[in-house]
Design a protein around this ligand. Sequence first.
Ligand SMILES: Nc1ncnc2c1ncn2[C@@H]1O[C@H](COP(=O)(O)OP(=O)(O)OP(=O)(O)O)[C@@H](O)[C@H]1O
Ligand SMILES: [Mg+2]
Length: 331
Amino acid sequence: MKLILIGEEHSRRTDYLKKAAGSLNIQLDVICWNKLQEDFPIKSLDNAFVKIDPPCYQTIRLSHMQSLLAEYQKTLQKLMQADCHFLNSPEAIWQLLDKKRTKEYLQKHNIPATQMFSEDIQEPEQLISQMHENHCYSVFVKPRYFSGAAGVAAFRIHPASGKMMLYTSCRLENKELINTKKLSKLSGCSEIIDILEKLLTLGCVVERWHPKADFRGKSYDLRVVFQYGHIAHIVVRQSDGPITNLHLNNQALDVQSLGLDAGMLQNIADICSRATAGFEGLNMSGIDILLEKKTMRPLIIEMNGQGDLIYQDIFGENNIYREQVEKVCRI
Ligand SMILES: Nc1ncnc2c1ncn2[C@@H]1O[C@H](COP(=O)(O)OP(=O)(O)OP(=O)(O)O)[C@@H](O)[C@H]1O
Ligand SMILES: [Mg+2]
């Protein structure tokens, strides 16, 4: 069977999938994202095994990202017409990009997850009044469809004094939200309200800010790559601030160093298994999980249909990609 990657011509993802394919003597054909924008003959994918990697966006403007995402959705819809085996189907990829629908699914099926506000929140004033109503004074505000921590903000308000604090890696420049690779902590009310106002126009989910367990003085959460029914890799992401994404200067740790017991690892695997079972066409998922401080209860933060790029794995054994290629040999 033909193995096809839809992705970038040169990227870590492409290079290491190629490497995995090469080590198993399988040829990998790469179709670049920009080719799919043109009149691409979708029939050429028929009967192949196809992996869809995310396109690389160069923009730092969040409003521009929003329009690129709309184009991405259109391309995924086009790919849905192909008669091939997908590692993850375009439908599943798009479903997981939607943080709201994914969280609703998890909540409906009692799969442990961070708690999302049910209200559709569009303005800072409404956000603050909902926080009072829900007696929840620390929240995460996250654009519904974004990834890579773009626009993710951790917001806290003191219920009596109204004093505010916001952690985010985006900032306002000429009234536009810009994504940066550096987390800032803001405490000026008017600046915070201005950022929240812009952010909420993008369409956001609001969640309870769950405190994370810590290890050697830093809080952490886990990125679990769950594929074909088992945990392929866990990376621990340790941070000083509330947002742990590794490109924000946070540290990756080996999961062994946490000394989690076998029961905890089994519990995490069961949660991942129940979560992925709900999405047809999903064979691999990068699942972010936090262990709640004090209770150590694992909660799913979010699921990524393209969350399998783990530097600790590709620069080591490259097991995640190798297993994906091995599947081709068995179909
Ligand atoms: N409800 C929450 N409670 C505590 N921490 C959270 C919560 N939601 C998000 N975070 C923190 O913020 C980070 C980014 O959030 P999330 O993973 O939802 O965004 P993302 O942009 O989709 O990230 P990526 O696509 O890179 O995984 C999480 O990894 C976690 O550290
Ligand atoms: Mg994430």
